[in-house]
Design a protein around this ligand. Structure first.
Ligand code: GLP
Length: 261
């Protein structure tokens, strides 16, 4: 795992955008794993800005897979993750809707919707670069504390804390669905490169537990310690709980220029 301490949330967004663009340029049919929540929005805005300025790569052949989806929202609900990712990223980048996949909770056979999503991911050859945020309780996608470290896509129940955290998107906590369809931690580990973004003081405790604590289902994001290629981009408030911050900075500063993240 490489922890990259940056000087601001803007720098996190800029380096994340560089990394995504590099992955898209490296391979015409790149498979991108996209995350929702507030954290990646600055990165998405930066990608869109560069695309509109004519400096970005072509996204024509890219395929995208989202991490998770609420269960029970009416089709087209603006807070569904399908609608959110189209609005915030893929439509502005000109990525056709049929190239953007997500767990589908509208499937007639909901209990097997997870297996079908796993099959779609396999058929695409797996995710090349997976963007991730972290919940304030250490959740990844919608894998709440206690989730199996080897889990695959399935229905989960949100904790009250996550529903409260996400109430800002819905107006009231009562309107936040209780159930979700989410990639499992085992699904996420299959992506070839994981890019975790953490900004703001609200993530400091969860990030420290994920990066420096024991690997444990009690902190789902700690499963990242098992993956061979993880980059963690952090701003100073999010990094404030890390005990080895100076070391991470020294390693990053001493990195050969030819080596990307
Ligand atoms: N399912 C999403 C996660 O993928 C995201 O990482 C988390 C943190 O969101 P934010 O970036 O808004 O803090 O929120 C939601 O629960």
């Amino acid at each position: 795992m490489e922890v990259v301490p940056l000087d601001s949330a803007d720098e996190v967004a800029a380096l994340a955008a560089d990394t995504i663009e590099a992955a898209v340029r490296a391979q015409p049919g790149t498979v991108l794993g996209l995350a929702t929540g507030s954290t990646p929005l600055a990165t998405y805005q930066e990608l869109i800005r560069r695309h509109r300025a004519g400096g970005g790569p072509s996204y024509d052949d890219v395929r995208c897979f989202t991490l998770d989806e609420y269960v029970g929202l009416p089709p087209g609900h603006p807070e569904s993750y399908r609608a959110t990712i189209a609005r915030e990223l893929t439509d502005p980048l000109g990525i056709a809707a049929e190239r953007v996949h997500g767990p589908d909770p509208a499937e007639a056979d909901l209990p097997s919707a997870g297996e079908r999503y796993e099959a779609e991911l396999r058929a695409a050859g797996g995710v090349d670069l997976q963007l991730l945020g972290i919940g304030s309780d250490g959740h990844l996608a919608f894998n709440e504390p206690g989730s199996s470290l080897g889990s695959l896509t399935r229905i989960k129940t949100l904790t009250d804390r996550t529903r409260r955290d996400n109430a800002r998107f819905f107006g009231s906590v009562d309107d936040v669905p209780r159930h979700v369809l989410t990639q499992g931690l085992g699904t996420i580990l299959r992506a070839r490169h994981l890019l975790l973004l953490a900004t703001g003081a609200g993530k400091a405790e969860a990030l420290a537990a994920a990066v420096e604590g024991p690997v444990s289902a009690s902190c789902p994001a700690s499963v990242l310690q098992l993956h061979p290629h993880v980059s963690v981009l952090v701003d100073p408030p999010a990094a404030s709980g890390l005990g080895r911050l100076r070391h991470y900075r020294e390693v990053y500063d001493a990195k050969p220029t030819w080596q990307g993240i």
